[in-house]
Design a protein around this ligand. Structure first.
Ligand code: ATP
Ligand code: MG
Length: 458
């Protein structure tokens, strides 16, 4: 954030009291906060990392350490404050040197005051522009706005975003935990006409009932003990933008009722208030619960469900789009570099096979954590299955469906063989691949265990 002009703090260092005083006076008048320093030692003492100032204007020639030495010392101390040097006429080599060691600009004495104020103004304008550019860059590269996946199911989601983003329709996003509901909500917002407005998030599960209401709708002064002033709620803060109601299935019936009114009429009263507040807000809600079942169970209002359900986007579980795993893995390898300058780690074939065969109960979030962890364990080099924490087969694969197998006319021997194979596998998983312990857990000798294992390895 760039500070407002009146808050900018300038340190002015010159041993000549005339110039020092003049500059302080001029910049004070321009609305800056100025402070004088008589010599280099004072500059070093005043300019610390804790208090770096916004600008230093410093004379080169000062008794004791000269300005250039002080500048060098400041940079060594890790202080990056811009510096404008003042040099005497005819010392271009000093001026060049000043720029080389990191001064922003210099002015040549004798100067008129206007020249100095111009340089200062230009500097702050530059800074503001640079921070704006950084802000924009950060926005366009925000990984939260990026959704990875080319599978037909995701293509369908992208199409739906294209159709609904620009409308003001309420959107309900469903999907298991970690499937990217928040990513999708962000994507809808940034692709809507409200993209320059606020995107306000509320996690309905994180707040107790009493707080949630005041958090959403705000409260008037004196509405309850501790309400010392009026406070705007998230709906008001989201005016002209979007509000993301996360984990909406966790709301109590009382709050659901208030929410219903907002969705219908776009108006509400603050807690403890009578004035009606109107807002222009697009609502995006998300849940990993089965709201229809909650409606049947009576814990979620049916009318609210239909209001939210205008457009429902359902994010598929990762195991339903395993074709996206390599793409996602690549994305996370790029995101979680071992060191900022290192190239992305690579994944061995066996490790990739592990990723592809896993059933991912935690979905993309789990994959993300798995990759982040594996990069560290592999020290940024090739990730093999040894660096993974995934249990190779899912629980569901450990079931032998006897009824189905009988219908398929499996023999008893075939069935028992499958049970045996799965038992050996599971014993290894439960005992960290320690054959001795795994064998013992099944009442077998180690040799017997290995013999049986061999039978199934071909
Ligand atoms: N398609 C995707 N592409 C890239 N990253 C993704 C994708 N989906 C999810 N992620 C990442 O996975 C993590 C979890 O995503 P997100 O928070 O959106 O999940 P969620 O569905 O809201 O989960 P929960 O129900 O637990 O809140 C985030 O770090 C997010 O950036
Ligand atoms: Mg979420």
């Amino acid at each position: 954030m760039t500070k407002a002009t009146e808050q900018r703090h300038i340190l002015i260092a010159d041993d000549d009291p005339g110039i020092r005083g003049l500059l302080c006076e001029v910049f004070d008048e321009e609305g800056y906060l100025t402070e004088p320093a008589e010599h280099g030692g004072e500059v070093l003492a005043k300019m610390t990392k804790k208090h770096p100032y916004d600008l230093l204007i410093m004379d080169v020639r000062m008794p004791g350490q000269d300005g250039l030495t002080i500048l060098e010392q400041l940079r060594k101390n890790g202080i990056t404050t811009p510096v404008i040097m003042m040099t005497a006429h005819g010392t271009s080599s000093t001026a060049i040197r000043a720029i080389q060691i990191g001064a922003y600009d210099y002015v040549i004495k004798p100067f008129d005051v206007e020249e100095v104020t111009l340089v200062v103004k230009r500097l702050f304008d530059h800074q503001q522009l640079a921070s704006k550019v950084r802000e924009l860059e950060a926005k366009s590269f925000d990984p939260r706005d990026k959704m990875i996946g080319n599978s037909p199911a995701m293509q369908e989601i992208y199409k739906q975003i294209g159709r609904v983003a620009h409308t003001d329709a309420t959107v309900l996003i469903t999907g298991e935990t970690g499937t990217g509901k928040e990513v999708l909500a962000n994507l809808i917002h940034v692709n809507s006409a409200r993209r320059n407005g606020p995107m306000v998030k509320v996690n309905c599960a994180a707040l107790p009932e009493s707080l949630l209401e005041s958090e959403l709708f705000g409260h008037e002064k004196g509405a309850f003990t501790g309400a010392v002033a009026q406070r705007k709620g998230r709906f008001e803060l989201a005016h002209k933008g979007s509000i993301f109601l996360d984990e909406i299935g966790e709301m109590t019936l009382a709050t659901q009722k208030k929410l219903l009114r907002i969705l219908q009429e776009r108006e509400f009263e603050r807690v403890g208030g009578t004035t009606t507040v109107r807002v222009d807000v697009r609502v995006i809600a998300a849940t990993n619960r089965d709201l229809e079942a909650d409606v049947r169970a009576g814990t979620f209002r049916e009318d609210l469900y239909y209001r939210l359900n205008v457009i429902t986007l359902h994010l598929p579980a990762l195991r339903q789009r395993i074709g996206d795993i390599p793409l996602l893995a690549e994305f996370f390898l790029d995101k979680y570099r071992y060191a900022p300058s290192s190239p992305p780690a690579r994944i061995s074939e066996d490790a990739m096979e592990r990723l592809n065969n896993y059933d991912w109960p935690g979905n993309v979030r789990q994959l993300e954590h798995e990759i982040e962890r594996a990069v560290i364990l592999a020290r940024g080099s090739v990730i093999t299955s040894e660096h993974m924490s995934l249990v190779p087969s899912s629980r569901s694969a450990l079931q032998v469906d006897i009824a189905a197998r009988l219908r398929e006319k499996s023999t008893l021997d075939e069935l028992l063989a499958d049970v045996e194979r799965l038992a050996l596998q599971e014993a290894l998983v439960q005992h960290d691949d320690d054959i001795k312990v795994a064998a013992r857990s099944l009442g077998l000798s180690e040799a017997d265990f290995q013999k049986r294992q061999k039978k199934y390895s071909s």
